[in-house]
Structure formats: structure tokens, C-alpha cells
Design a protein around this ligand. Structure first.
Ligand SMILES: [Zn+2]
Length: 439
């Protein structure tokens, strides 16, 4: 038996804060919460006023299984890289993570759960058009097992959602900017573009909505001059590299989203769809069809902040759930240069859930985003915590059952964070066991 004493409990329901409270754990459950719990026979930990929160439930992460990476079916990360991603999640206070690289097979999820204390669940996007979209971009991580599995089989096995359908890799977004466009340009010229350069080039060739009519030849010429590439590439040559990289997967990726939506409704599964400029209308169409639709990373900066908010309001009116992601907007800032979109959603009360997404591997922990928002006077802590705990558990009933709120009888997935610095995670308990930090 364990007693966590003198904590400030943020229950996770979005409202309650219990000052100067204690919490008793027996086995893997919370058995009592109160001001004066007896300490006899219990190992006691003094929290000295620090916050006690439900373990965070991150419903949108990549690279957390040994399965193919991204909607592009790219080769899996190494075991060491996967474990590093899981460690980073855990150090950020995440106790349950939903990996949304939708082609993972059951064994590739089970094995990481055997290696690491974090609870890792998976989503599924196993369907013909999604496989076709992956192969149009990459697909080197797809084996026979991944091509044969179906969403229905994965749902029966224990997948907790359908998705992520569409991605920056298959729909000309971040994945193209930090992986495939630079790869294509490097093959042709030997020169490495940064994600931001790749993005400027892509937008000069296709605009933000991926329209071939938007080709800005002078704009491309200027970029090539700016980067000293005018001897290596013509504007037309550069445009062709971008088109070859971005366009082949667009049609199957959109078809894959429709395929997944039909299957999700049949299964009664939540559906996670990549929400960005190239999928704007498609999400509106899906939202009208009902079911649980999660509009992923709705603060995507292929939209202007105003466009992103307008899209969110539209989708919410149709009953969709709005997710916002930290990306790497607070630290590395390589794929998402600034957190303005993230803040705008909190300022205007348009975010239902918060996740990390991947940010090219440099994603910021969720509480880093929460802390930055609080410093700007946006939202208040219990409400922000609910977007990472109880709200997530409600939207994805299979993801974190009996978790997401601090109540008697619930599973003891808990984190202790500093009262002075909410991004500082001091202890993590999963199923009542201390897995990070010291007593
Ligand atoms: Zn996405």
C-alpha cells in the first residue's frame, strides 16, 4: 500500500482541484482520496503541495511501435529509436500512448509493451487504397503481413481507432517537407534542403492547397538563386521534382480516407483524419456523415490561424472532435516554426483534445504546450489537463479504460508535476507502480 500525501489533486474532469489532499493506492487501483487518510501500514510519499494529475493519454503519436512508420509505410524505426520515443513520452508524463502509424501488426505493438512500462495501443488504416497511397510515396516498411491485414481484423484484435488516414507524407505536408522532397532534391543535385526550404519550394510550386495551377515560376527562380542552386536546377526542373514527390499519392490517399471512414462507421470505431489544407473539404464531407471523427492536429500550419479556426468551427458544428498538437513548435521549431496556431485554438476555446504528433521526431511534450499557454493567460490548468486525460478517454473508449480521472476505484496511472513548473514531471506511476522519479 502506498500513500501520496499533501498533494494538490487535479482530478482530470476539467473542474475539480483538491488542495492538500492525499491519495491511497493498493495494487493497481486508487482506493481512497481524502484530506486525512491514515498513514499506518502504508509507505508514504510527501508531495509537498505539488500537483497530482491523471497520467496523460496521448492519442496521436508516431514511431512508438516496431511497425511501418507513418501513412507512407516507411521502414520502422530501430528498437533503440522506438524506446527513445517512449522514454520521451514517459518523461513528459504520458502513461498511455496511441500510435497512429496505421499499418502496424499486432506483434509489433505487443513487443514494445513487453519492453517498456508505458501502455502502447495502436490504430489501424489497413486498407487497399491506403496501401496504394503508401506505395506511391514509399512503402518500404510494408511486408506481406501488413498488406493482408484488414481494419476489421485489427479492430477485433484490439486496435482502438481507425487512422491516422492521410498524413503529411501522403498529402504533401510536413512528411514531404522533412523527408521526401529533400530526398528527391538530394538525389538530383546532391544538396540537402531544410524542411523550411522544402516547404517554401513546395508552396511556390503547388501553393498551400496543392494545386498545379498555382506554379509560381518566378518565385521558384528566386528561391533557387537565394540558395545558390540556379546552376544545378531550372525552375521547371525543381517544380518537376516537387510534383514527382508530392502528387502520385494524393488521389489514393484521399480515396483511403473515404475507405477508412466507411469501415470506421461499420465498426463503430473512432476515426482519426489528417486535418490540413489539402484535406479541408474532405473532412467537412466526413463530418456530415456522423460517427466519431477526430480532426487531427487541427492547428496545422498549412492553414493560416484564421483558416484553421474557421475549419474547426465548421467541423465542430457537425459534431467532430478537434485535436491540437504541440508538434515541435515550442522547442526545435524545425517543422512548425511557431506556436501561434496552438495558442489561437486555446484563446478561442476551439480545442477538445491535445496531442503531440511527431514534429519530425522532435515533438514537444504536451505539458510544455500547457505551460506556455498558461503563461500567456490562455485557459486554466484543470481544463487543459482534461484535454489530455478524461476527454481523450471518453473519445477513445478502448484507449485508456478506467483511466483519465482521479477517482476511487480507477487504475492508478498518475503523475506528479511541480507546482512551480507544470512542465516538470517529477514522478510517474503506471498501474500503481513508480516507473519514473524517486519517492
Ligand atoms: Zn497527420
Amino acid at each position: 500500500m502506498l500513500l501520496l500525501r499533501n498533494g494538490t489533486i487535479i482530478t482530470g474532469d476539467g473542474k475539480r482541484v483538491l488542495e492538500d489532499h492525499s491519495l491511497a493506492i493498493e495494487g493497481n487501483r486508487i482506493i481512497a482520496i481524502g484530506r486525512h487518510l491514515p498513514a499506518e501500514g502504508r509507505e508514504a510519499v510527501d508531495l509537498a503541495g505539488d500537483y497530482l494529475l491523471p497520467g496523460l493519454i496521448n492519442h496521436h503519436a508516431h514511431g512508438c511501435t516496431m511497425g511501418p512508420l507513418f501513412a507512407s509505410g516507411s521502414p520502422p524505426l530501430s528498437r533503440a529509436e522506438v524506446l527513445a520515443n517512449l522514454d520521451k513520452q514517459l518523461q513528459g508524463g504520458v502513461t498511455t500512448v496511441l500510435n497512429v502509424d496505421g499499418f502496424a501488426a499486432p506483434e509489433e505493438v505487443q513487443v514494445v509493451n513487453a519492453w517498456h512500462p508505458l501502455t502502447v495501443k495502436t490504430a489501424t488504416s489497413h486498407s487497399p487504397a491506403n496501401i496504394e497511397a503508401a506505395l506511391a510515396v514509399d512503402g518500404r516498411g510494408l511486408g506481406a503481413v501488413h498488406r493482408q491485414l484488414t481494419m476489421a481484423e485489427m479492430w477485433e484484435w484490439g486496435a482502438v481507432a481507425v487512422g491516422e488516414v492521410g498524413s503529411g507524407h501522403t498529402l504533401g505536408g510536413g512528411g514531404q517537407e522533412y523527408m521526401y522532397i529533400p530526398l528527391r532534391v538530394r538525389e538530383e543535385t546532391g544538396i540537402s534542403l531544410t524542411p523550411r526550404q522544402a516547404r517554401r519550394l513546395k508552396e511556390a510550386v503547388l501553393g498551400r492547397y496543392l494545386d498545379v495551377e498555382k506554379f509560381d515560376r518566378e518565385g521558384v527562380d528566386e528561391l533557387l538563386k537565394e540558395w545558390g542552386l540556379e546552376d544545378k536546377l531550372t525552375a521547371e526542373g525543381a517544380a518537376e521534382l516537387v510534383r514527382e514527390s508530392v502528387l502520385p499519392s494524393l488521389v489514393p490517399a484521399r480515396e483511403g480516407i473515404r475507405e477508412a471512414a466507411i469501415e470506421a462507421r461499420l465498426l463503430g470505431a473512432p476515426l482519426i483524419v489528417h486535418n490540413a489544407a489539402p484535406t479541408k473539404e474532405l473532412l467537412q464531407e466526413l463530418a456530415r456523415q456522423g460517427g466519431t471523427l477526430v480532426a487531427a492536429h487541427s492547428n496545422h500550419d498549412s492553414f493560416t490561424p484564421g483558416e484553421a479556426l474557421a475549419q474547426a468551427r465548421h467541423l465542430r458544428r457537425e459534431g467532430a472532435i478537434i485535436d491540437i498538437a504541440t508538434f515541435d513548435a515550442f522547442g526545435a521549431r524545425e517543422t512548425t516554426p511557431a506556436p501561434e496556431h496552438f495558442f489561437a485554438f486555446l484563446e478561442y476555446g476551439q480545442a477538445d483534445l491535445i496531442s503531440t504528433d511527431y514534429g519530425g521526431g522532435k515533438f514537444d511534450p504536451p505539458l510544455v504546450g500547457v505551460k506556455a499557454a498558461l503563461e500567456r493567460g490562455l485557459g486554466f490548468l484543470p481544463n487543459l489537463v482534461a484535454k489530455l486525460t478524461s476527454r481523450v478517454a471518453q473519445v477513445f473508449p478502448r484507449l485508456a479504460p478506467e483511466r483519465g480521472v482521479i477517482e476511487e476505484g480507477k487504475i492508478a496511472d498518475l503523475i506528479v508535476v511541480s507546482r512551480q513548473d507544470v512542465a516538470l514531471v517529477k514522478q510517474v506511476y503506471i498501474g500503481g507502480k513508480l516507473v519514473l522519479g524517486r519517492r
